[in-house]
Design a protein around this ligand. Structure first.
Ligand code: G4P
Length: 279
């Protein structure tokens, strides 16, 4: 999903979130499991204070299991409930439902004691662009779901997706913004393809990826492209261009094409399960 990042837009998104958050019990925050720090905005802790919290580490199919384990522990120690998933699959949705019930059991118990029946837990999905919010809402809601429409006391136009008698989800996710001020955040989001504003040109971006992989996942490039990865970064890109026949009309090597190729293959998991940040 594309989103334009100018201050007015961000202010509006934040104001909307402040309004929506009043309506809910639980914040379901999605992060990208490959970069759980850079793909979140800690402003949500202030916005979502006094709410139940669940962190979904999404795109876990692409992330390094070891890194994910470390991040799970990191977030759990901070008191968040955590589930790792691939939002495109429905397989995780029962587990997530159970965790939501568990996280909110205090409220459910309180309601029960007061004799309040049938008041479902209300949840809202939040996250920066491209972490998989829409994908998750679709998978979680499934097909059989009826939108409940407006309710008394609820801002006009709000749609709640009724998941079952226990849980309702706001149908529009809250959009958080990345921490642009931090250059490494921008670089990492660019590497996974989550910001299209070129903060670097494509060759430089591919070179950053090559540098990172050589240092942290030695052998990944060599195995995929059948090349010597110990060479200089530019030499590695050149070797990939040769191996993959990235050649311009005039016959010279096409670096840009090789750069896009290696970035695409990284982003789609063809270089293996790779994380860009460790806890
Ligand atoms: P957003 O609402 O938070 O902005 O994210 P959205 O659901 O649009 O998902 C962004 C992209 O991430 C989508 O691909 C989606 O298919 C993909 N995606 C979401 N969850 C997962 C996951 O757990 N694993 C993997 N591997 N991918 C996931 P896209 O590139 O926008 O679409 P397309 O290229 O598939 O057309």
């Amino acid at each position: 999903t594309n989103f334009n990042w100018y201050p007015g837009h961000m202010t509006k998104a934040k104001r909307q979130m402040q309004e929506d958050i009043k309506l809910i019990d639980l914040v379901v925050e999605l992060v990208d499991a490959r970069l759980p720090q850079s793909s979140r905005n800690p402003d949500i802790d202030e916005l979502g204070k006094n709410k139940f919290r669940l962190i979904l580490m999404n795109k876990n199919d692409l992330a390094d299991p070891k890194a994910t384990e470390g991040w799970t522990r990191y977030f759990e120690e901070k008191g968040y409930a955590v589930v790792c998933l691939d939002a495109r699959s429905k397989n995780y949705m029962n587990q997530i439902h159970n965790v939501i019930m568990d996280v909110c059991k205090e409220k459910i118990e309180r309601d029960r004691k007061r004799g309040i029946k049938n008041r479902p837990v209300r949840a809202m999905v939040v996250g920066i662009p491209n972490v998989g919010k829409s994908t998750f809402i679709n998978s979680f809601a499934g097909k059989a779901v009826a939108k409940t429409g407006n309710k008394p006391g609820v801002t006009k136009g709000k749609q709640w997706i009724r998941l079952n008698k226990n849980v309702e989800l706001l149908d529009t996710p809250g959009i958080l913004w990345p921490k642009f001020e931090d250059q490494t955040v921008g670089l990492r989001l660019a590497l996974v393809g989550s910001i299209n504003d070129d903060i670097l040109n494509i060759d430089e971006l591919a070179m950053e990826l090559i540098r990172y992989l050589k240092a942290n996942y030695p052998g990944a490039l060599a195995a995929r492209y059948d090349i010597e990865e110990e060479n200089e970064d530019a030499q590695v890109l050149l070797a990939i261009a040769k191996q993959r026949n990235c050649i311009k009309n005039g016959g010279e090597l096409d670096y840009a094409k090789a750069a896009i190729l290696v970035l695409d293959e990284f982003r789609s998991g063809k270089l293996g399960r790779i994380s860009l940040e460790m806890a």
